[in-house]
Design a binder for this molecule. Structure first.
Ligand code: GLA
Length: 717
């Protein structure tokens, strides 16, 4: 087939436009997404699957070709990607191709298909960005109102994808406060399955916007065709999976249309959030590794830079502290050997001091009684002890008992004729109001200007939205949910322009906000207020499916009653930190922990930047085993957690993964309690990668104890 290359573009095999059929072939290392423009000027998804050697053969693949981005009101009978009511009240959209662009620069290819309605000057641009090495594709949509009046968008998906397989399996990740990311898997049946959120802020408390979709059979870690998808949006989201009468599946991802019909004024363009996905034939493990690689390179702020270990004071003191107590806690941080001390909630408010969660949000002035010498003093004291200093903020919120509320009662989200609706005794600021955006920016900016040595921020968001009405928006209330999230991003943009690399942890009462829309601005996130080591195995396991270890803040606390070793081993699988009363720890625990921090520092480049392999799932056996291997396959670390072990339960050898079969690896159990020895028969010995991956290690030697753990380092000889 003759190929015509658009002259100004320097692409090669990655993205090709075939003249006769007007194909767009978007290829990554292993996958391809292909669109075709037909004579009727409509664009159809022709292929989504494994890459073929010859791009000219995609159209021979067969299977139903479905319109790429279906507008409501025309011939289609199923869920639309877009539903628009034009300025004259016409509720239909007919999308025909008017232009397409492609560009390849190194690893990244961008493509866009511009669609226009022949009868209305409404324009829809489908955007694609593919990341060759990571096998990841990002899609989003721009909708431009070229009409003279306002149009209303009722549905406005980021992405619509079509599949044709005998069966479809969905793996979703649900939960609640303290029980985040519990994996549930089910076979999809005819009709629509929807995963969504209507919580506005802290939007992901019940469900994270992530999923695996297995095609054919339910994928395992190593086998099976699937896509892993996630929406980069910190507000209400919706993923819908609809199987039609012919067993075709359409998957639509985007902002949740719930209560969000968006009024788009003449001349305005609506840009949807990005939907990010990877396709693989090699199971969930490969999907995870693709997403992790993409996230570190492109999705997370400073994803290829190291993180700091820290001691947080929340679980140790809650809001009950003063200057001297904090300075004493610095000594604890020193004993542990961490990099940073993080001061949590309770340091602000004077007229209404923040002694409990009922007051002071919005009054971001240092509590002069608790901290008479100010934050600057704490920063200095920390520094004299060789520690960096970080601080907690919850800038989007306001307490009714605050000076800010007294000054600006109209700065909150609140419905007219309804009572204020409190959650955790607080209200959500009307961030859509540019004055509120300035205020929130200034909270952080002033703090940083006064204390330029603050080295870390924890940005919290402790309630969802109810009573959702923006006094600022007045008539266009159904824009509120969307505009709130956009306003948050605007503030974060401004902050990042001024403080591009300040590490900030994203928190929302635990994992209430975990998505790649926000993670562009954040360096890590707080997965859960549940820090019980046993529970954390599952919670972190869940998040690690979609987010790399260096983003998953994992703190050792006293919430669980497990041994310090178990709790530490659990925290080590993510980004380790502490939130513990060091003065209540025994000398042995401190000695162990100090050594553990050193061990973690030694292993952290493998954990943060290596490839994750989940070896035994806690959903399948009474234990969880996972490992990271560095990209050169020279070093690896295995985390082994025995959970609810019952007498004589069979725990077979664990086959490792991600090693080089031809290399020899020395096995060494690390992070042992002082004075104890490894029970592993293989400890200290050398095995080939081949043996370790085909035969494996006995990770349950001797008398097996419930709730026990080990960490094993492998070094190529
Ligand atoms: C949320 C966070 C906690 C802590 C408190 C402070 O619940 O998840 O870690 O910061 O707020 O109020």
């Amino acid at each position: 087939m003759k190929k015509i290359f658009i002259a100004f573009l320097s692409f090669t095999a990655t993205l090709v436009v075939h003249a006769q059929n007007k194909e767009i072939v978007l290829e990554t290392k292993n996958s391809a997404l292909v669109y075709v423009m037909k004579d009727n000027q409509k664009v159809y998804q022709a292929y989504l699957g494994q890459k073929l050697n010859q791009s000219s053969e995609y159209l021979k693949a067969g299977g139903p070709q479905k319109e790429a981005y279906i507008g409501a009101g025309m011939e289609d009978f199923f869920e639309p990607a877009i539903r628009v009511v034009h300025a004259d009240g016409n509720p239909s959209l007919d999308l025909r191709v008017s232009d397409q662009k492609i560009n390849k620069e190194g690893n990244i290819t961008t493509a866009s298909i511009t669609l226009k309605d022949p009868q209305y000057p409404t324009q829809v641009v489908l955007h694609f960005k593919s990341f060759f090495n990571e096998d990841v594709i990002k899609t989003w949509t721009e909708i431009r109102n070229g009409e003279k009046g306002t149009i209303t968008l009722y549905n406005y998906a980021s992405s619509m994808l079509h599949f044709s397989a005998p069966n479809y399996w969905l793996s979703q990740f649900d939960g609640d406060y303290m029980t985040e990311m519990r994996m549930k898997e089910s076979k999809l049946t005819t009709g629509i399955k929807t995963l969504d959120s209507k919580l506005g802020s802290r939007a992901h408390m019940y469900r994270t916007p992530v999923f695996y979709l297995s095609l054919g059979n339910l994928s395992t870690e190593k086998n099976g065709e699937l896509i892993a998808g996630t929406l980069g949006w910190s507000g209400n989201f919706q993923s819908s999976f609809e199987i039609d009468q012919s067993n075709n599946l359409r998957v639509i991802n985007g902002v949740n249309p719930y209560a969000s019909d968006y009024k788009l004024a003449a001349g305005q363009t609506f840009v949807t959030p990005e939907f990010i996905f990877t396709h693989t034939l090699n199971g969930k493990g490969q999907a995870t590794r693709n997403l992790h690689d993409w996230a570190r390179n492109y999705g997370v702020l400073d994803g290829m830079k190291p993180r700091m270990t820290l001691l947080n004071n929340w679980e140790a003191t809650h809001m009950d502290f003063n200057q001297d107590i904090l300075v004493e806690l610095f000594d604890g941080a020193k004993k542990l050997g961490v990099d940073l001390f993080l001061l949590d909630d309770g340091w602000f408010g004077n007229k209404y001091p923040r002694d409990a969660d009922k007051t002071a949000l919005g009054d971001w002035q240092t509590d002069q009684k608790k901290l008479p010498s100010g934050i600057g003093y704490l920063v200095k004291q920390a520094e004299t002890k060789g520690l960096k200093f970080g601080i907690w903020l919850e800038p989007e919120m306001i307490s009714p008992k605050s000076e800010l509320y007294e000054k600006h009662p109209d700065w909150i989200l609140k419905l007219p004729n309804r009572d204020e609706s409190l959650s955790r005794h607080q209200l959500v600021l009307d961030l859509v109001n540019p004055k509120v955006q300035d205020f929130v920016f200034k909270v952080v900016d002033d703090l940083m200007k006064e204390n330029p040595n603050i080295a870390f921020i924890k940005w919290d968001c402790n309630r969802p939205m109810t009573n959702t009405y923006s006094p600022y928006l007045k008539a266009n209330q159904s824009n509120t949910y969307v505009d709130y999230t956009r306003s948050l991003y605007k503030v974060l943009e401004r902050l990042r322009a001024k403080y591009p690399h300040l590490p900030i942890m994203l928190c929302a009462g635990g994992g209430g906000r975990t998505d790649y829309g926000a993670l562009k601005y954040f360096t890590e996130f707080w997965p859960s207020d549940n820090t019980d080591g046993f529970e954390r195995v599952f919670i972190q396991w869940g998040y690690l499916n979609f987010f790399p270890a260096l983003t998953v803040s994992s703190h050792i606390t006293s919430m669980g009653k497990q041994s310090i070793k178990f709790r530490t081993d659990v925290a080590m699988m993510g980004k380790m930190g502490y939130d513990i009363k060091v003065n209540k720890m025994t000398n042995e625990e401190i000695e162990f922990s100090n050594q553990a921090v050193k061990t973690y520092k030694k292993l952290s480049d493998v954990i943060w930047f290596g490839d994750l392999y989940r070896l035994i799932s806690p959903y399948e056996e009474p234990r969880a085993v996972l490992m990271y291997a560095d990209k050169n396959k020279n070093r690896a670390v295995v985390f082994n957690y025995i959970l609810n072990y019952r007498r004589k339960e069979y725990l077979g050898k664990v086959k490792l993964d991600g090693l080089d079969a031809n290399k020899q690896y020395k096995i060494e159990e690390v992070n042992l309690m002082p004075g104890t020895k490894s029970a592993l028969a293989e400890n200290g010995k050398v095995y080939s990668g081949d043996f370790l991956m085909k035969v494996g290690l006995n990770l349950a030697p001797g008398k097996v104890q419930a709730v026990s753990s080990s960490v094993i380092e492998l070094i190529a000889q």
